[in-house]
Design a binder for this molecule. Structure first.
Ligand code: BV8
Ligand code: ZN
Length: 254
């Protein structure tokens, strides 16, 4: 069922949920000013699409092009603020017995909104590591200062082995963190309600989680201003933005 308003059945499912799972994608951070993965890239990277840069091959081929992109994105993430949708999800945790939050996003806006135990299925901009020996690398606390149009930037060298430092994200054709993915499948299989926010449902294995939840008997609410690959799977498709619909859901439920 597709609706532009919060539905009484949805509210009852939310109020009655003992175990609630939330899964977010790039649309969750759109109203914080962070471009989604679907949005065209700009500046130095405008002739690329994100999926072609977010790969180990792209980094091997041109580490400065890729590292410059991630530092520009890290600057954007650090200068962004959590939006009303992030804050609503953080508030939700005190309303239900058990909430598990999984995100495909690599920013830290859920954490900065007050959510705890945020599970990053695709890693994080804030935890780079050595591409060779995997030793974690500490970035300076201050946000990088990158030109708006971006620039090529050679990645730092690992102090232990001299290898190039890489972003702590999961690239295409890289395995997701096994423990986080296993927890996500467990949560899908046991939650009463899954709320999916701001994802096109096009990237696997995460894109299959809503269907896993439905098959396990959960109901699924999707919050997205547009149709997505997940429409056919979700119990309710709530057409609206994260920053509008999530506070409305909470305000109407309690
Ligand atoms: C793997 C981190 C195996 C990096 C990302 C064919 C079929 C099935 C699978 C595959 C296939 N070919 C290849 C694969 C596998 C591949 C894949 O799924 N490819 C796709 C393109 C078909 N998957 C992988 O490679 C994964 N790994 O399979 O490994 C393996 C196993 C063992 C050993 C080795 C290998 C890894 C995938 C992870 C890639 N990394 N991100 C970075 O950020 O740079 S993915 C990246 O795109 C994001 O993290 C996100 O997860 C994903 C999709 O983006 P969304 O979050 O959905 O955002 P998007 O822009 O797409 O959409 C935004 C949505 O928000 C829209 O719907 C929009 O309407 C909505 N919206 C907009 N504004 C708002 C809003 N919603 C609410 N409010 C708003 N205001
Ligand atoms: Zn190293």
């Amino acid at each position: 069922m597709t609706t532009t308003d919060v539905d009484p059945g949805m509210l009852a499912a939310l109020r009655g949920a003992r175990k609630l799972m939330v899964l977010t994608g790039a649309g969750m951070s759109a109203e914080s000013g962070i471009p989604t993965f679907r949005d065209a890239l700009t500046g130095l990277w405008r002739q690329f699409d994100a999926a072609s840069l977010a790969t180990p091959d792209a980094f091997r081929r041109d580490p400065a092009l890729v590292w410059g992109w991630y530092e520009w994105r890290r600057m954007k993430a650090l200068s962004a603020q959590p939006n009303a949708g992030h804050l609503a999800i953080a508030r939700l945790a005190s309303r239900v017995e058990h909430l598990s939050l999984f995100t495909q996003n690599v920013d830290d806006l859920h954490e900065r909104a007050g959510s705890h135990d945020v599970q990053h299925l695709h890693g994080s901009l804030h935890h780079p590591r050595c591409a060779d020996c995997a030793r974690p690398f500490s970035l300076p606390a201050a946000a990088p200062v990158e030109p708006e149009g971006g620039r090529r930037l050679a990645p730092p060298s690992c102090p232990a082995c001299g290898g190039p430092v890489r972003p702590g994200v999961v690239w295409f054709n890289e395995a997701l963190p096994e423990d986080v993915l296993a927890r996500a499948f467990d949560a899908c299989g046991s939650c009463d309600l899954l709320i999916v926010v701001g994802t096109s449902g096009t990237v696997y294995p995460v894109a299959q989680l809503p269907e896993v939840a439905r098959r396990a008997g959960s109901r699924v609410v999707q919050v997205n201003p547009s149709a997505s690959e997940l429409d056919r799977v979700c119990t309710w498709n709530l057409r609206g933005s994260a920053a509008q619909m999530l506070p409305a859901l909470l305000d109407r439920a309690w």
